[in-house]
Structures are given as structure tokens and as C-alpha cells.
Ligand binder design. Structure first.
Ligand code: PLP
Length: 376
């Protein structure tokens, strides 16, 4: 038995995505920067993909800068805001992904910027009054707040935060790695300067993503040595990965509603099953609520002697889920997100179950049997 419920860490690559990549990998070997016809064919493939992505997000193709994934895109946004756009302060949150927190901390050390953390309410949403108070004074600022938290699924209101940032002359970056291709985006309307995407969170290949940089922002880039990606991100492009990203996005936006309904039903089945197994179960960040990211359920199990082993024992039963920070299935480190949002309880095992396109009702039934066995 094997049940994969760790789709927030990564997803299986869709067979259609694999099929789209193989001919490119095999035949389109020309360097996109070469001036000959074989190279120019590769360039055309990249630019077609970029345009297709931009169409889904209602933005201009030239605002999409391919990167190696979400971590690099987050780094690029924060470092560019400080080094090129002269932000002297970053306001973020203790519950952000490490790609944002560690980069902000590093910029505070190396560039002397001010780093401030916005407060959260008990349910994990950002205290917007606190954000407004922080923004009301201080130097030029970048606000970096993720759309959906990757561990507990709390969603922030990008529109409101972006509007607030514009009112105070601050730049706004959002790590949308967990929501891109799970929710629609209209970047022509959203007041936002930087958006992060990673393909492997929506059945695309690993090692590819992009940063959206709003038109008019003059960014120099952090990796040097070539003029690729309009000199913002040097290095020969991974053409087949870019094609895979575009294909995965096309598939996601083609049946977004069906996908959401399918996953919401699986999540509801899991919640009902868990409630019938345990009377004292908690869903961290109200992750069972329909207003939360529909792909993620963060469960705090009742105190039990096997708590410390829960992830390992479930793995032995064939259930893959996650116990800690993003993308660290099997990690034994505690979660900085659960601590930051005060959901951490040393008596209880907190596990994240995250659902994807290929999960079935039978998967959830099997997972519930395994959970019952482990916590019996
Ligand atoms: N941001 C969030 C919210 C994530 O969940 C992840 C996944 O690990 C990342 C960033 C990093 O993305 P990548 O694995 O593409 O570097």
C-alpha cells in the first residue's frame, strides 16, 4: 500500500507534462542564445511558453522571469528590492517560508536593512491594523507576505495588503507557491510587484519556476554572467522544464473548478474520518475550514505515547505526509510555522496531509485505516 498525501511538498509530474517535455529534451538542443536557426528554434519555444503563462495570469510576457524554482524567485524578489530598488526595510512574518525569512535575515545582516515582523491573529491571519501601523512610518519598504501558508493553509487577502502597500508607497511581494495554479490570478488588477511560482507544486517538473516582476521595476538581477532573462537571471535556460511548467499551468487552469471540487471532497472525507476516530482532534489554523487553502489539512492529534514516532510509523504503513516545515517530509525538526502561530504542542503530533490531482477516495480510506492503527 502506498498513499501519497504530501502534495504541498511536491506533486507527481503529470504524464501529459512528461509527454510535452520529451520532444523538447530530445530535439530542441540548440542554445536559445545562439544566432543560428537551431538556437532560434529553442528561443521561440521559450518565448511561446512565457506568453502562454502570461495569458493565464493576465500579465505581459516580459514580466515573467524564469528561475530554478520558488526559493530562487523569493531570493530574487527580496534581494532586488533591497539592492536595486533601494528598500531599506522588509516587513514580513515569522510564519513565512524559510526562503523569505532566511533571505530577509541575511539582508538585514549584510545590507543593514530593518527587518520587522507583522503580528498574526490566533487563526493565523495577518493583523492588518498592525501592518498599517508599521507602514505608516519608516523608510522605503518591501512587504513580503505569502498568499497561503504551506503548512497550515491560512490564506491572506492579497488585494487588501497590496492596496495598503500602494497607499504607503511600499513594494509588495507574495510567495504564491502554494496557490498558483490552484486559484485564478489576474495580475492586471492585483496591486502587487512580485509574485513567486514553482512548477513542482502543480504537477510540473522540479527545478523550474518564475518570478513575476511588475512592469516599470528596474531590477538588475542576482546571478551574473550572461544576458538571459533580460540580464536578470544569467545561465542557459532549461527549455524542457520551461515547456513542462507551461503545460502544467495549462492543465491546471483548464479544469481548475473540477480540481478544486475533487480535492475539497477528499479533504472533507479526511476531516469526517478523523473526527470519527478521535474526539479530541484539532485542525491547526482552522485548516478544515472552507476558507483555507483547500489542498492542505494540518492536524494536531490527541496526546499519545507514539506522538514522536507518528510520521515514521505512518510511513511504515505506506502513508506519506509531512511533519514539519515545507518540503521536508520525514524531517524531525519542529515546525517554525506552528511555533510562530502558537499551534505547537509538544504533547501532540502535528501532521500535514496535502492532497493532489491523483488522490482518490480509496487513498483517504487507506490513510484513515493506517492512522487508526498507528494511534490505536
Ligand atoms: N515557498 C513555499 C510557500 C513553498 O511551499 C516552497 C516549497 O518548498 C517554496 C517556496 C520553495 O520552492 P522550490 O522548492 O521550488 O524552491
Amino acid at each position: 500500500m502506498s498513499v501519497y498525501l504530501d502534495n504541498a511538498a511536491t506533486t507527481a509530474v503529470a504524464p501529459e507534462v512528461v509527454e510535452s517535455m520529451i520532444p523538447v529534451l530530445r530535439d530542441s538542443y540548440g542554445n536559445p542564445s545562439s544566432s543560428h536557426a537551431i538556437g532560434r528554434k529553442s528561443r521561440v519555444i521559450i518565448e511561446q511558453s512565457r506568453r502562454a503563462i502570461a495569458r493565464h495570469l493576465q500579465c505581459h510576457a516580459k514580466t515573467i522571469y524564469f528561475t530554478s524554482g520558488g526559493t530562487e524567485a523569493d531570493n530574487l524578489a527580496l534581494r532586488s528590492a533591497v539592492r536595486d530598488l533601494k528598500c531599506q526595510r522588509i516587513i514580513t512574518s515569522a510564519a513565512e517560508h524559510s526562503a523569505v525569512i532566511k533571505t530577509a535575515e541575511s539582508l538585514a545582516r549584510s545590507e543593514g536593512i530593518v527587518l520587522e515582523l507583522v503580528n498574526h491573529f490566533r487563526d493565523g491571519t495577518v493583523d492588518l491594523e498592525h501592518l498599517s501601523a508599521l507602514l505608516s512610518s519608516g523608510p522605503k519598504t518591501l512587504v513580503s507576505l505569502m498568499h497561503a501558508n504551506n503548512e497550515v493553509g491560512v490564506l491572506q487577502d492579497l488585494d487588501r495588503i497590496g492596496t495598503m502597500c500602494k497607499e504607503h508607497g511600499a513594494l509588495f511581494h507574495s510567495d504564491t507557491v502554494q496557490t498558483m495554479c490552484h486559484y485564478p490570478f489576474d495580475l492586471s488588477k492585483l496591486p502587487i510587484d512580485f509574485v513567486t511560482c514553482s512548477a513542482h507544486k502543480f504537477h510540473g517538473p522540479k527545478g523550474i519556476g518564475f518570478l513575476y516582476i511588475a512592469e516599470g521595476l528596474n531590477v538588475g538581477g542576482q546571478i551574473e554572467g550572461g544576458s538571459q532573462e533580460r540580464a536578470v537571471r544569467a545561465g542557459t535556460e532549461s527549455i524542457h522544464s520551461i515547456v513542462g511548467l507551461a503545460k502544467a499551468m495549462e492543465m491546471a487552469y483548464h479544469d481548475l473548478n473540477e480540481h478544486e471540487c475533487h480535492i475539497r471532497a477528499l479533504k472533507a472525507q479526511m476531516v469526517t474520518g478523523l473526527k470519527s476516530l478521535f474526539s479530541d482532534i484539532r485542525f491547526n489554523g482552522n485548516s478544515d475550514d472552507s476558507s483555507r487553502l483547500y489542498t492542505v489539512l494540518n492536524v494536531s492529534f490527541p496526546p499519545h505515547p507514539k506522538n514522536g514516532m507518528a510520521l515514521f510509523l505512518l510511513d511504515l504503513e505506506g502513508v506519506a505526509c509531512s511533519g514539519g516545515s515545507a518540503c521536508s517530509s520525514g524531517a524531525t525538526l519542529g515546525s517554525h510555522v506552528l511555533r510562530a502561530l502558537q499551534f505547537h504542542d509538544s504533547e501532540r503530533a502535528s501532521l500535514r496531509f496535502s492532497f493532489g490531482r491523483y488522490n482518490t477516495e480509496a487513498d483517504i480510506d487507506e490513510a484513515l485505516v493506517a492512522i487508526e492503527k498507528v494511534f490505536a
